[in-house]
Design a binder for this molecule. Structure first.
Ligand SMILES: [Zn+2]
Length: 215
């Protein structure tokens, strides 16, 4: 077993540990990070490595694929810092330093405690804040508080998640168009009907040629 397949095996094990649904993942967070009995500086290097793999698996998993949200979105989180290293032409996930694991732990504790106290939690990130809250009728909402250009980008991203598979570029006129039906169209309405007319005329010509003896 080379180093890469060893890492792959560790990650698969970690993925089983955190599960593939939000229900399993929240239980993983509670037992492995939020629980007051777990103190990262006290745990041994082997267990710390295991926890590091689990956090990587947590960051990589996307639950939507397993049990789609109402809208069918898959939400994936990709850490933007250099989270991988290359060695001998292979890509390895970078394990976290103990200090980073401690940060993850205090984040998890703080956010979950806030959520329980206020039915909301704020997730600040460079460029804005995501507020995760519950309306009076119990509906969960995400409010993303960010400058208007970022808000516009995010809104576009959500729009494309919702209807992106109804957009196509016409292979004849290059115009981008929206289509209602599930079937994938490769021509816009105008070019599509033009093509049907062309095909129809071609068939007529062929029939005509056959009738007049293939000249
Ligand atoms: Zn067209």
């Amino acid at each position: 077993m080379n180093q890469y397949s060893k890492i792959r095996a560790q990650l698969d094990k970690a993925q089983d540990e955190i599960g593939r649904t939000p229900e399993r993942a929240v239980q993983w967070i509670l037992t492995r990070l939020v629980d007051q009995k777990v103190d990262i500086p006290d745990i041994g290097p082997t267990d710390r490595e295991k926890l590091s793999y689990e956090v990587i698996a947590f960051l990589q998993c996307h639950w939507g694929g397993e049990r789609p949200q109402k809208s069918g979105w898959v939400i994936e989180v990709t850490p933007s810092e250099k989270s991988h290293m290359v060695s001998k032409g292979q890509l390895y996930p970078r394990l976290f330093e103990p200090d980073t694991l401690i940060q993850f732990q205090s984040e998890a504790r703080g956010l979950i405690n806030n959520y329980l106290a206020w039915q909301s939690a704020d997730f600040p990130f460079p460029g804005g804040t995501v507020h995760c809250l519950r309306l009076e009728d119990g509906r969960p909402v995400l409010v993303i508080d960010t400058p208007s250009i970022s808000a516009f980008r995010l809104k576009c991203a959500f729009l494309l998640l919702e209807v992106g598979n109804h957009l196509a570029k016409c292979k004849d006129c290059d115009r981008i168009f929206y289509f209602e039906r599930r079937r994938i169209n490769d021509r816009c309405k105008t070019c599509g009907s033009n093509q049907r007319v062309r095909l129809c005329r071609k068939r007529e010509r062929q029939r005509h040629r056959l009738r007049s003896g293939g000249k």
